[in-house]
Design a protein around this ligand. Structure first.
Ligand SMILES: [Fe+2]
Length: 296
């Protein structure tokens, strides 16, 4: 019998109805994964790895090899942790699903990355609205082996704890940074534009759209600009932000954001698809197919 995630309730938020899970750290119930679960992992793994050739940042695939991730079976967190702890001091912990913000930030601030232990059902291969094991493991974990990116994730967690104490608006600003970097970031590498965002690499449609579609804007990384920019949760992104290196992320998050939040509170938020004077525009999107309902 397959174990079930312990869902507590659904909360109605500005992001729609979101499931709330127990916040406890759980042991990965590896022996309860069914053949179907392992097959889902294999299908997703093989499909994404094929798509990501020439699209993902080079270290993304390299690091999956270092972890020994294969399509054969869902990896054991304990095996991945042996590699990860030694490399960057991070540790994967099993969770039931999305965590409350402060709990999530606290884990990151202490170099613990929460990974949802359950994997989506076969009928959700192409789309699932909440993070599952495939998104978390395949998408997020590889870059935790990169020392600079690993430090950025911790800095983000510390910043999150601080923003949580400052107020809702500060959290909104900071969440946009996570969205446009950790989840949907692009990076310029020697051989061209590449994907490093987990929300992209774990999705077939996003992996192709972000690089090849003429619809979205692609704009150079700008911390303040990003923290003002709304985003899409239900459709492809209207804008992607491009970094030149992970150092750029770390440098941007070194200063204390407190004065920045005060400044941002006095400025308007930017629609997801807008291009502003002063933007470092790599591509101005055609806007084709953009939904016109509200951005988050
Ligand atoms: Fe994610």
């Amino acid at each position: 019998m397959n174990a079930q995630p312990r869902r507590v309730e659904h909360l109605q938020t500005d992001k729609g109805s979101v499931p709330v899970y127990t916040t406890a750290v759980v042991e990965q119930p590896w022996s309860t994964y069914t053949r179907e679960d392992h097959a889902t992992w294999a299908t997703l793994f093989e499909r994404q790895r094929e798509i990501l050739v020439g699209r993902a940042a080079r270290e993304f695939i390299e690091n999956q090899h270092k972890f020994g991730m294969t399509p054969q079976a869902i990896p054991k967190f304990s095996d991945l942790n042996r590699v990860l702890k030694q490399a960057t001091g991070w540790e994967l912990i099993g969770v039931e699903g999305l965590l409350p913000e402060l709990t999530f930030f606290d884990h990151l601030a202490n170099r613990r990355f929460p990974v949802t232990w359950w994997i989506r059902k076969p009928e959700q291969i192409d789309y699932i609205s909440e993070p599952d094991l495939f998104h978390d493991l395949f998408g997020h974990v590889p870059l935790l082996l990169n020392p600079v990116f690993a430090d950025y994730m911790q800095a983000y967690g510390k910043g999150g704890v601080k923003a949580h104490g400052i107020g809702t608006e500060a959290l909104v600003n900071l969440t946009r940074l996570y969205w446009y970097t950790v989840e949907f970031g692009l990076i310029r590498q020697d051989d061209g534009l590449r994907i490093y965002g987990s929300g992209i690499v774990s999705s077939k449609g996003d992996s192709i759209h972000c690089l090849e579609s003429a619809a979205p804007n692609r704009i150079g990384f700008d911390l303040q600009r990003i923290m003002r920019t709304r985003y899409r949760i239900d459709t492809y992104q209207k804008t992607y932000f491009v970094i030149d290196s992970y150092d750029e992320l770390i440098r941007a998050t070194e200063p204390d954001f407190t004065p920045l939040y005060a400044q941002l509170a006095r400025s308007e938020s930017i629609p997801a698809g807008a291009v502003l004077p002063g933007d470092d525009v790599l591509q101005r999107g055609t806007g084709e197919g953009w939904a016109d309902n509200a951005d988050v």
